[in-house]
Design a binder for this molecule. Structure first.
Ligand SMILES: Cc1cc2nc3c(=O)[nH]c(=O)nc-3n(C[C@H](O)[C@H](O)[C@H](O)COP(=O)(O)O)c2cc1C
Length: 320
């Protein structure tokens, strides 16, 4: 564990590794586990501003959190300052520690409509959003951005706008919108942004191993590192442990604990289905017969699923 800390507004953040928000992944079961393993902030999956206002039941699960999990930042996306403000005010009522605005999502249905990474093309709108939200809310407002679009690499400008208009932290995915989630992150561009800002900067993109964490911090001076996909097969990365350091007994224990949280949170049917992608991650390093893997990952009965998992770990765990 690390003794690093930094401030988001007045909020003291202990640690410098943070689970990245991921739609469909960073639900309460996974977030709470990662937080216990050392993730310093719990970011929810993003929720759409209009859903907060018009379909609150639809986002209820996504913004659920427990006291133990704090600090919790709820991430919201939208393309209108008014709707984002109304949504943020409503979200504030649920008691999070911060509100994060998504300015990095590259998906056509979001960026193409001017939200997510689409906001990076409209810096004046970002001024309006940051200004109104930071004035009207009593919580830190943060943002997650990219380096920009290929024809408009304005991550520096955007992060300066976020700081200038009261933002308390910026997380920078060090890729362009066009790169999506692939390709080499540009650490020197990230370093330039970090050096230009006084508010904390989280660096994000491509971190899979403890050595990647250290390289990102050394190269960029970022206050913290945000880890997305690398955490799915290895939530222990938040304790600065690479996956091959984790023995089968420990993998089995966390897998079953994660499953229990998923079952209790979503109910037995959905809980198992939504857990499958994590099970695939936990099992990914093992040389598992494809038919057996498929059988485990398509099992619909939680009790039978557990039996199969325990059987597998019993076989490979000998000598552990
Ligand atoms: C399946 C998936 C869902 C994602 N959902 C979100 C999201 O809701 N909000 C967000 O800011 N970024 C989202 N991202 C982007 C991640 O937060 C992160 O920036 C990206 O995965 C790069 O980090 P990594 O290389 O460590 O995975 C998502 C990424 C993936 C792969």
């Amino acid at each position: 564990m690390t003794d690093q800390q930094f401030l988001v507004g007045d909020l003291k953040i202990k640690g410098n590794l943070v689970l990245a928000p991921m739609d469909g992944y960073t639900d309460w079961p996974f977030r709470s586990l990662c937080r216990e393993l050392g993730s310093a902030i719990s970011y929810t999956e993003f929720v759409k501003a209009e859903d907060v206002l018009q379909r609150p039941h639809y986002i209820q699960n996504k913004i659920h959190f427990t006291e133990k999990e704090r600090p919790v930042f709820i991430q919201v996306y939208g393309n209108q300052a008014d709707a984002l403000l109304e949504a943020a005010l409503q979200l504030q009522e649920t008691g999070p520690d911060g509100i994060d605005i998504n300015m990095g999502c590259p998906n056509r249905s979001i960026a193409g409509r001017g939200a997510g990474a689409g906001l990076m093309r409209t810096p004046l709108k970002v001024v309006r959003i940051m200004k109104t939200l930071t004035r009207s809310l009593d919580l830190p407002i943060t943002a997650k951005i990219r380096l920009g679009w290929q024809d408009c690499q304005n991550g520096m400008l955007l992060s300066q706008i976020i700081e200038e208009y009261g933002g308390s932290l910026v997380a920078v995915h060090a890729r362009s919108k066009e790169q999506g989630h692939e390709g080499q992150p540009d650490l020197s561009a990230l370093a330039e942004i970090k050096q230009a800002l006084a508010i904390p900067v989280l660096g994000n993109g491509g971190v899979r191993r403890v050595s990647d964490i250290d390289a990102m911090i050394e190269t960029t001076g970022c206050d913290g590192v945000m880890i997305g996909r690398g955490a799915v097969a290895n939530p222990w990365i938040f304790s600065r442990r690479d996956r091959e350091e984790i023995g089968p007994a420990e993998v089995q224990e966390l897998l079953l604990e994660h499953l229990e949280r998923s079952l209790s949170f979503y109910g037995p049917e959905n809980g198992l289905v939504l857990f499958r992608k994590f099970a695939a991650g936990y099992l990914s390093p093992y040389d598992l017969d494809p038919n057996r893997r498929k059988k485990i990952l398509t099992e619909t009965d939680p009790a039978k699923f557990k039996l199969q998992v325990r059987g597998f770990f019993e076989e490979i765990g000998q000598g552990d």
